[in-house]
Write a protein that binds this ligand. Structure first.
Ligand SMILES: Cc1cc2nc3c(=O)[nH]c(=O)nc-3n(C[C@H](O)[C@H](O)[C@H](O)COP(=O)(O)O)c2cc1C
Length: 186
């Protein structure tokens, strides 16, 4: 197996991080990997907000959980009612990926950028977790205020967030893959 394939296979979500900040050169390499993702019509309709301000992350954590506590989904309500849960797992860096709403396929393009960053981080020994829960913060009454604080450009909407940092716990093995998800027509 080559290094790229090994990196893809070895990536696992990290949910416990060391407090040490990610080196700037590594962070820049991860961002570049995201910026080099494919995009429909090469629109590159993304914007990355790199957050290393722990007070702001605490605010987003609280805002997301507040919305989640009243969600229709019972699992979401339970998770967000857990006082111990920090949705970003206290990662030293979080990247919020926003997409240009008028682009052709902004969510797909932004998801490609996220995955590139997850793989790039793994290649550098940096742990990541894709944080869908973060988007709850942008569904509540403080959504506009958070967008302003994150300096998300006009016409863009936050779609995804990624926690990043050095891993506190070594990676576990991959959950089993679902079967019968590929067929061949030859
Ligand atoms: C769109 C998306 C949203 C996710 N949101 C969360 C999240 O909010 N919190 C979390 O701990 N993991 C989240 N994950 C990570 C998944 O739980 C994880 O990828 C899955 O369990 C498979 O584990 P692996 O990443 O270690 O292979 C998310 C993953 C994706 C793709």
């Amino acid at each position: 197996m080559n290094e790229t394939l090994a990196c893809i296979m070895n990536r696992r979500s990290t949910r416990a991080f060391l407090p040490e900040q990610v080196k700037e050169t590594e962070l820049q390499a991860i961002l570049q990997a995201g910026l080099h993702a494919p995009s429909a019509h090469n629109e590159q309709p993304w914007h990355f907000t790199v957050i290393q301000d722990q007070l702001l992350l605490a605010e987003l954590n609280a805002g997301a959980k507040e919305v989640g506590k009243n969600a229709n989904d019972a699992l979401l309500r339970k998770m967000c009612s857990n006082e111990q849960l920090h949705i970003f797992y206290h990662a030293p860096t979080v990247i919020v990926v926003s997409g240009e709403e008028k682009a052709i396929m902004p969510k797909t393009d932004c998801a490609a950028a996220v995955e590139n960053m997850l793989i790039a981080a793994e290649s550098l020994g940096i742990g990541t977790c894709w944080i869908g829960l973060a988007m709850l913060a942008f569904q509540g009454e403080k959504a506009a205020d958070y967008c302003r604080q994150l300096q998300i450009p006009d016409g863009y909407a936050p779609y995804y967030a990624v926690s990043l940092g050095y891993k506190k716990i070594a990676a576990v093995s991959a959950p089993p893959r679902r079967e019968d998800t590929v067929n061949f027509l030859r």
